[in-house]
Write a protein that binds this ligand. Sequence first.
Ligand code: 1CP
Length: 348
Amino acid sequence: MSGQDYLYINAIRKKKIERTPIWIMRQAGRYLPEYQAVRDKYDFITVCKTPELATEVTLQPIRRFGFDAAILFSDILVIPEALGQKLEFMENHGPKLSPQILNEKDVNRLSIEGLEEKLSYVADAVRLIRSGLDNRTPLIGFSGSPFTLATYMIEGKPTRNFKHIKTMMYKEPQRLIRLLQLLTEAVSRYLLMQINAGAQAIQIFDTWGGILPPHLYNQYSGRFMKQIVERLKISSVPITLFSKGGIELLWQLKDSNADMLGVDWMTDLADARQTVGGFAALQGNLDPTVLYGSKEIIKKEVENILQVFGRQSGHVFNLGHGILPDIPVDNVQFLVDTVREMSTKIHS
Ligand code: 1CP
């Protein structure tokens, strides 16, 4: 199959499709017993940095479910590490970056020099995954958005109130802007490296853009993603922006030139289609916790989503955010089967 025959890419390009493609954010991960088995032997960072292991866990959900896209196994926080912060994953406590980026000196100490060399293990993984996929499934490369990366770099760990980044934003806005400019350069170069190594699509995760008041969203997150999209347009790979934060943010991203916009589960997909469906394809947006529910309700929720686009192209089925680690694997299989069967009927 040649690149342009991929269902996932055809749906983004709004070409005619025989059914709706499906993949799942965080599809490689702890809900899969075969992933757990790898993690029993190796810590998370080792898996990210060893191309053979990253390839194995990337391919696991493709083998099991036949998803219509694979996503590179890595983490958004490898960029802060390449810029000079120390990265640790505390078992069950999430990531930790140190020292926190707080003052002017901390920002000045970050260095983008040799970024591609430091992250060459990611390019190696991309090449190895591509050969493992054998042109049957397209590979999505990814990065965090500059703003989302900055939240982790400044807070140092997952946070509830984003106190440190917001303090910087309201007290020393120029310092935050400088950090975001550096990250824009780093993310652009990192994603171009992934594309050159063989990534066939790109997704930028703006997981925390929605904590900004809407009138500041473009200033601190949106515009930097738009700059990255412009930089990546020298290639022809489709670019998806996933921002968690509702219709208002989608509206602000409509002029981003992104090929697809991710829709979170708190947003009504029909509203999103009406508002920005003319500007970009849409991806989403099943509430991830529906997968704790009964098969009957999973089916009903899938139907609601598929009905929004009906026979039209321009939709990629996904969850409205990442899959949770204790979702029953059975329910994922049921979801995939249901989306396939139902959307094949709708499109026939
Ligand atoms: O214990 C483990 O095995 C580690 C759990 C884990 C996994 C499987 C982490 C730690 N990262 C990942 C992989 C990962 N992270 C992928 C790869 C593949 C896939 O999707 O199948 C991707 C795309 C990410 C992206 C990521 N990492 C985001 C953005 C997407 C999102 O879900 O919002 C974020 C915010 C992170 C940071 C991160 N890394 C890991 C955790 C637990 C977190 C979240 C920390 C928090 O709660 O704020």
